[in-house]
Design a protein around this ligand. Structure first.
Ligand code: NDP
Ligand code: HSE
Length: 444
């Protein structure tokens, strides 16, 4: 009988890392620390051959300075590299570097949701042409396994909705505003300090980051190409302490939600022709009893509804160096195993080509705050305005002040188009001095 060969004695798979910041630094550290285990899990050793950065002279303790280069393009053009990890972020030069790496024969692991949501199809096509893998578990919800469940585990089912808290920074901020009464700026500074926020926090607080992740999840869930431009997006910069207090009075909490839905096809079992997709990211009030309401700090959670499996919930750290590195390294081991077997993982599945509908068709409930004159007949005028647009009021609460009052109105379910028309009409009423805030109410 031939003794099994020692995997450590086999030729190594060569790895290049692009970026050594919050995520890349942890990827390199954990890759080196777990080298022996990875050799055993993959069946071949990994050899780290280069790390591309912007500032080669920056001190990075524990990493051999000889590995660093500022010439990422030359690194990814090498044809002796098997695996490339891209953790630079942004569109360029990341896209060109990934395409070069694939063309040079390497498989790619990336955490770059911005690029995948902007131009995922180009990356998939290049991977397909090269017969290489493109894996990106870390691009959505940090450490939480959600890409692979949608891409592989649930591929025998029909996913009908994916609802998630997909941005750690905004969840951290909203949670701090709710539980500690912190101001927005103070909470954002803490999130940046902890490494949750993107380099430019606009991507987090304006919802671009969550929208990119929602596009990726919708594409996987609904077997269709959904890009960042298809996602209706609103950020949290206009959420006020008053909104958070009002949510509290209703037994709700404010969360930035990503809601990806497959429409009902008209048949009793929900199937049928012409099923469309809607994808939106916006702050919303959800009841404190809802499972997503308890997701605090920088944690993320994703709720998946499918025809046969029913409801599934995924929960965990959605940002930060080592949680994200865990997802990157999970992909690295998987694509390395594929290399060893001469196999490759799944490519793009966009056969369904579902139409993505606009926000106007979305149906949900709304919470409105209005500053109004506190005189006889005002309530009737306002109620008439809602009725004229077919929006039914569920509750009205008034907080009076001298001469004017704050009205808090919660509606029954209505289309976004009907609600927007109502708000426009309210703004034109003499008795309404301001529509202070409009927020969707989800999860009931
Ligand atoms: P950082 O800004 O911390 O790190 C970026 C790294 O890329 C730095 O090492 C930087 O070099 C390097 N870099 C920048 N430009 C170039 C260039 N032109 N050539 C070579 N290297 C370059 O980003 P993060 O680690 O936070 O994010 C990396 C990726 O991971 C992004 O796609 C992000 O969206 C994603 N991600 C991040 C998470 C997080 O919690 N931070 C969570 C999930 C995903 P230098 O060090 O010299 O400046
Ligand atoms: N800035 C992102 C967040 C990092 O806060 O969730 C994870 O993608």
């Amino acid at each position: 009988m031939t003794p099994p060969s020692d995997p450590g004695s086999l030729p190594p798979l060569r790895v290049a890392v692009l970026g050594c910041g919050t995520v890349g630094g942890e990827v390199v550290r954990l890759l080196l620390a777990q080298a022996d285990d990875f050799t055993a899990r993959i069946g071949r050793p990994l050899e780290l051959v280069g790390i591309a950065v912007r500032r080669a002279g920056k001190e990075r303790p524990g990493i051999d300075p000889a590995l660093f280069t500022t010439d990422a393009q030359t690194l990814v053009s090498r044809t002796d590299i098997d695996l490339v990890i891209e953790v630079i972020g942004g569109i360029e030069p990341a896209r060109t570097l990934i395409l070069t790496a694939l063309a040079s024969g390497a498989s790619v692991v990336t955490a770059n949701k911005a690029l995948l949501a902007e131009d995922g199809a180009t990356l998939y096509d290049a991977a397909e042409r090269a017969g290489a893998d493109l894996y990106y578990e870390a691009a959505v919800a940090g450490a939480i396994p959600i890409v692979r469940p949608l891409r592989e585990s649930l591929v025998g089912d029909e996913v009908t909705a994916v609802i998630g808290i997909l941005n750690g920074t905004t969840n951290f901020i909203l949670d701090k505003m709710d539980t500690e009464g912190a101001g927005f700026a103070e909470a954002l500074a803490d999130a940046q300090e902890l490494g949750y926020a993107e380099a430019d926090p606009t991507a987090d607080v304006e919802g671009f980051d969550a929208a990119a992740k929602a596009a990726i999840l919708s594409s996987l869930a609904f077997h269709s190409r959904v890009g960042i431009g298809d996602v209706h997006r609103e950020g949290i910069t206009e959420v006020t302490a008053a909104d958070i207090a009002s949510a509290r009075e209703m037994g709700c909490v404010v969360k930035l939600l990503a809601i990806c839905q497959l429409s009902d096809g008209g048949r009793p079992d929900g199937t049928g022709p012409g099923r469309t997709v809607s994808v939106r990211v916006h702050p919303a009030m959800i009841p404190r009893s809802h499972p997503l309401a308890g997701v605090g700090g920088a944690y993320n959670a994703v709720f998946v509804e499918s025809r046969f499996a029913g409801r599934l919930m995924f929960y965990g750290p959605g940002a930060g160096g080592s949680p994200t590195a865990s997802a990157v390294l999970g992909d690295l081991v998987t694509v390395a195993r594929n290399r060893v077997r001469g196999a490759s993982g799944p490519g793009e599945s966009s056969y369904a080509q579902r139409v993505v509908t606009g926000i106007g068709d979305v149906v949900t409930r709304y919470h409105l705050s209005l500053a109004v004159a506190d005189v006889a007949g005002v309530l009737a005028t306002i109620a008439h305005c809602f009725a004229e647009h077919g929006v039914s009021i569920q509750t009205v609460r008034q907080q009076g002040r001298e001469g004017d009052a704050q009205l808090v109105i919660v509606t029954h379910r209505a289309t976004d188009a009907a609600l927007s028309a109502t708000v426009d009409a309210l703004r034109r009423l003499d008795v309404v001095s301001e529509v202070t805030s409009v927020m969707r109410v989800e999860g009931e």
